[in-house]
Design a protein around this ligand. Structure first.
Ligand code: SF4
Length: 411
């Protein structure tokens, strides 16, 4: 039985700093701003040295999946840094509520804290009623703010990846990204996101003004387990590496993952023959979000950029390649993303796989043959990420992949 653990109380909202692991550099800055606006004193962790991995190895069993090891290692390393008042610090971690271990990271983290930091409360960030605390509650405005943050994050990530490889003036895309993030964070702090369409226009105008060369670099898609796919700490700066090697990274947005979680509730009801509040709410939310996403994609395309995938297309790919009932880990989403990338001209795909992640090995590497049967030109390279894998090894495999792409295209 789990021991009694410290709780995050209402009073702690004004006294405690909440540490959050940084998984998506672009999105989480905005999500953190939404939380600050709602009265939480949050800080995104940026520590990323080898000490993070070592702390992870010390504090969780070594057969635990790599994302758990990194997230817990990053927390423990931060607590030991001397930068925080340990009596006024809380930690926040996500709980997916699915059947996968991501629902249980929180228990591993509490176990790691038991001996040295029993006073530190851990807050569960979840939408599945797995755990709640008196001091942290979602409000409607906070949830809307977070959804907006995901839309803006996906938009900026897509535009940045289409501008950065071709910018004529080095660093211009980074400046524009910083400027857009600052504009949005300012709006959040000063009373909300303002008008969504106006903000989209601002971002699209800013990126489209970047002077660029012709768009002719090999596009390389990134798919995989959600943490390793996005986190530079976990994937050894994969996006930067691809940029340095003369590629254009294509990274599916976070909204895909949210829609995947929401539609899975609806699918469960259909597959197992039931209807409840959750299935009904999910069906409504799905319709609203997909409509908003489509409007955004249309705007992106009007500016001459490639839009993000239409989620209904992803579901169609899933139906042809796998089955929407496969939902452990990132489930059918990974297979469908590989299919959609291949069908839309991004045949070269890096599939990021963390150590210890059985579900995603099955739906990613395990499904690559099926994807290749449908798309013979698909070139899928699975890269393993674990505490002992050196980036030299990973980079050599990526370099080989890139050399082959360039050879084939005679670039
Ligand atoms: S999806 Fe994989 S990495 Fe994530 S919790 Fe499940 S087993 Fe671990």
């Amino acid at each position: 039985m789990e021991k009694q653990h410290a709780k995050f109380t209402k009073e702690m909202r004004s006294t405690h700093k909440i540490l959050i692991p940084d998984m998506l550099p672009i999105h989480l800055k905005l999500l953190a701003a939404v939380m600050r606006k709602n009265g939480y004193n949050v800080e995104l962790l940026q520590n990323s040295s080898r000490a993070v991995i070592d702390e992870g190895l010390k504090n969780v069993h070594n057969d635990t999946c790599y994302p758990a090891l990194l997230v817990i290692g990053q927390f423990m390393d931060a607590l030991k840094s001397g930068n925080y008042d340990l009596d006024k610090t809380a930690l926040m971690i996500t709980q997916t509520g699915g059947g996968c271990r991501a629902s249980n990271y929180i228990h591993l983290l509490r176990k790691a804290l038991e001996a040295e930091y029993p006073q530190i409360p851990v807050i569960s960030f979840n939408f599945s009623n797995t755990e709640s605390s008196d001091g942290f509650k979602f409000t409607l405005s906070m949830v809307f703010g977070m959804l907006n943050a995901v839309f803006y994050g996906d938009l900026m990530m897509a535009l940045y990846n289409q501008c950065k490889p071709y910018e004529k003036n080095e660093g211009e895309s980074d400046k524009v990204l910083d400027d857009c993030q600052a504009m949005l964070a300012d709006k959040i702090v000063n009373g909300g996101f303002g008008k969504r369409n106006k903000n989209y226009k601002y971002i699209l105008n800013a990126f489209s003004k970047i002077e660029r060369t012709e768009r002719n670099k090999p596009r390389v898609g990134i798919v995989g387990e959600i943490y390793v796919k996005y986190s530079p700490l976990a994937n050894n700066n994969l996006e930067k590496f691809l940029l340095k090697e003369g590629c254009e990274p294509v990274v599916p947005g976070l909204m895909d993952y949210l829609l995947y979680c929401i539609i899975n509730n609806v699918n469960d009801g259909k597959l197992y023959g039931f209807k409840n509040k959750m299935t009904r709410l999910s069906a409504i939310l799905y319709k609203i979000l997909i409509k908003m996403y489509r409007k955004l994609v249309k705007r992106v395309e009007q500016y001459g950029f490639n839009g993000m995938h239409d989620f209904e297309e992803l579901r169609k790919e899933a139906d042809e390649l796998i089955n929407q009932g496969v939902k452990m880990g990132e489930g059918w989403l990974i297979t469908a993303e590989m299919g959609c990338l291949a069908s839309s001209g991004t045949e070269n795909i890096v599939c990021t796989q963390p150590f210890g992640c059985l579900p995603n090995h099955i739906v990613a590497k395990g499904m690559s043959r099926r994807v290749k049967e449908k798309y013979p030109d698909a070139n899928i390279v699975a890269i393993d990420y674990d505490p002992s894998a050196t980036n030299v090894n990973q980079e050599n495999r990526l370099k080989l992949m890139i050399a082959n792409i360039k050879d084939n295209a005679k670039l």
